[in-house]
Write a protein that binds this ligand. Structure first.
Ligand code: MIC
Ligand code: SF4
Length: 640
């Protein structure tokens, strides 16, 4: 039987397990990346593992999320990461060099290689034919130490592309179309492979826009073939030697095939507050727009920026709209400046922001009260923009730029000719903002610089046979990590300070949760389907751990978050019958006994001591996950 592209890369990196969907497998990781908001934690964990040099082919520490430095906290954390990187053999991408996924694609991504990153959008690398995974910081720390990354062997979806995108329709619309088809949980348990004759019409950055948003489908990762388009991109980046061809075998077997005809797509938007709430620009063209943000790891490539500049050229943005443009990397910004396109953007009235995540993670540029904000980003979860009632729509650069001009959601096809752009044959290469680590001899003398914002990691509990605790919080479906552990300018500086962060845990849903959980000592949370979707931030597990959460019972979990819970020694359980969700109420006293044996039988019972009802739960884990739970999380398990 032939293999898919992903299966070929998995086969070449398999260190444990069998390639049977649903079984746990372990993969060797060639490359790692971290960003600053998750990186401090990941490097503290790497230090705790105690390996002097990273054992990967390449590891890069990016600073891109938290670049405001509104107090000493960020600056201290950046200095810490820089010193760790220098000592342990990791390249350091300085603040301002760009968004991790964009820079990694430009300068480091290699087809056929594996990549793990402490950021959920690491699958962006699939655009260049990498098998790239987002994961919690602990998993990245283990991979830096040469340890394998464990995943459940995914099933395969093939998206078969035919045709060619029409003018004013772009790769973002492909992402939104697949979200419309599959929803934010439709990709769970799958790798999405993009194929078909339409692939050759898409450049590498366009492919990366699509694999980037595969994360919003809940997919394990997404990948494109590596072909002549990939070769040309690598050659233009001065690294054609990194090219290898990659395609699926003609008789490869997929669990599901979805057809998308690129020629039939139209400009789309994801409406508040979910990336799968899709409507067409045509339908929404009466909506007044207050703010437009262009950038993020989804849409900040040179191609996207040149297109935006061409649309804005010689025009002025509407008086009522505030427009921000954040190029994805120093390379993009410099090239925009050199060709004059940056001047066109500035002249239109846009505010040009740093090459960083910026507004995407609520680091400034929050919309006005109830303001409508069109963003070329990948997530529009409630409150993420920093404005609780902000109405965020996810759009393509084309829809964004046109709305900035008209002040309304506008079908860009009504704007006349699609402005042509010319992509350069070669990108401008200047890696001065990537600092190389010290060599092994020098590294011994490199001092790690720690600031007072770095607080110890919370201690995880080994699983006990009985958990008796109140249900301190009951939440609904599709709870995101932005609900569990919000980000944004006010709290992102405290990512290495779990006690401080704990005050904001679940604040979007219930401001009193943190106090209540703390007062209860131990507690249990109940959730609906797809609990923990979104970010890879392990803070969404470490902070509940700090607050005494011992178990989360949900209808289903998102992949990265459930791994983070186990890594933190929190027991994730699912309802055997989803309707039993209705048999518990916030405040009920709950009890689970015989949990150690339950790990073997795969079945546990939840007693609702308040109502007397008993509820069947599923408690199925791999041997390694059971050992981690019994040890009290990944770090203790690794130490053993
Ligand atoms: C995000 O887009 O939510 C983030 C911020 O990049 C996160 C990482 C984090 O929370 O630090 C992610 O996607 O994993
Ligand atoms: Fe940064 Fe936004 Fe991308 Fe997350 S999704 S890495 S915050 S740009």
């Amino acid at each position: 039987m032939g293999l898919t592209i992903a299966q070929k890369i998995i086969k070449a990196h398999l260190v444990e397990g069998e390639m049977i969907a649903g079984q746990e497998i372990a993969l060797r990781m060639d490359q790692t990346l971290t960003q600053d908001a998750t990186g401090t934690m990941a490097y503290l964990e790497f230090e705790a593992i105690g390996i002097p040099r990273v054992r990967t082919e390449l590891s890069v520490a990016y600073i891109d999320h938290n670049t405001l430095q509104s107090g000493f906290e960020n600056a201290d954390d950046h200095r810490y990461i820089q010193s760790v990187a220098k000592k342990h053999g990791i390249r350091f991408s300085r603040p301002g060099n760009g968004i991790c996924h964009q820079v990694h694609l430009e300068r480091f991504g290699k087809p056929g290689k594996t990549l793990i990153g402490s950021d959920s959008h690491t699958p962006t690398g699939g655009g260049i034919g990498m098998l790239a995974f987002g994961a919690g910081g602990m998993d990245v720390a283990v991979a830096m130490g040469g340890g394998a990354y464990y995943i459940t062997m995914p099933k395969m979806i093939k998206v078969n592309l035919t045709g060619k995108l029409s003018p004013w329709v772009s790769a973002k619309d492909v992402s939104l179309e697949i979200l419309r088809i599959l929803s934010v949980k439709g990709g769970v348990g799958y790798i999405i492979e993009w194929g078909g004759e339409g692939v050759s019409t898409l450049s590498v950055p366009e492919r990366a826009t699509i694999t980037n948003m595969g994360t919003e489908l809940g997919a394990t990762t997404s990948i494109f073939p590596s072909d002549e388009v990939t070769r040309a991109f690598l050659a233009a980046q001065g690294r054609e030697e990194d090219y290898i061809a990659l395609s699926s075998d003609p008789d490869a077997v997929y669990d599901r095939v979805i057809d998308i005809n690129l020629s039939e797509l139209e400009p789309l938007l994801a409406c508040p507050h979910s990336p799968d709430n899709i409507k067409s620009a045509r339908e929404l063209s009466h909506i007044k727009v207050d703010q437009v943000c262009i950038g993020s790891c989804t849409n900040s490539s040179l191609r996207d920026m040149l297109r935006v500049a061409a649309i804005l050229k010689g025009k002025k943005i509407d008086d009522s709209v505030s427009l921000s443009v954040s190029p994805g990397s120093k390379q993009v910004l410099t090239m925009l400046a050199d060709c004059g396109a940056l001047s066109d953007i500035i002249a239109s009235g846009a505010r040009v922001l740093e090459c960083a995540c910026g507004p995407c993670i609520g680091m400034g540029f929050s919309p006005n009260s109830a303001g409508v904000s069109l963003r070329t980003f990948n997530r529009n979860f409630e409150g993420r923009s920093g404005t609780r009632d902000g109405q965020v729509y996810l759009v393509s650069p084309e829809v964004a730029a046109v709305a900035a001009l008209t002040g309304y959601i506008t079908d860009p096809r009504t704007m006349g000719d699609y402005p042509e752009i010319t992509m350069p044959e070669e990108f401008l290469i200047n890696d001065t903002a990537v600092l190389l680590p010290a060599d092994e001899a020098e590294a011994v003398d490199v001092e790690i610089l720690r600031g007072p914002n770095i607080k110890p990691l919370p201690d995880a509990y080994p699983l006990t046979d009985t958990i008796k605790a109140p249900l301190t919080l009951k939440v609904g479906d599709n709870i995101t990590t932005d609900h569990i552990m919000p980000a944004g300018a006010k709290i992102l500086p405290y990512r290495s300070n779990i006690p401080y962060l704990s005050k904001f845990c679940f604040a979007v849903c219930d401001e009193s949760f943190s106090e209540r959980a703390k007062a209860a000592g131990n507690s249990i949370i109940v959730g609906g389907v797809n609990y923990g979707q979104g970010s890879s931030r392990e803070h969404a597990a470490l902070v509940p751990l700090y607050l005494g959460v011992r178990a989360v019972v949900a209808k289903s979990f998102a992949r990265i978050h459930v791994a983070n819970l186990i890594n933190a020694g929190i027991l994730p359980l699912t309802f055997a019958n989803p309707e039993d969700y209705d048999k518990v109420t916030q405040g009920d006293e709950l009890e689970m006994t015989g949990l150690i044996e339950a790990l073997d039988t795969g079945k546990a019972t939840l007693k609702n001591l308040t109502s007397g009802v008993e509820i069947a739960l599923v408690c199925q884990f791999s041997q390694r996950q059971k050992d981690m739970l019994l040890a009290g999380g990944l770090l203790k398990y690794t130490a053993k």
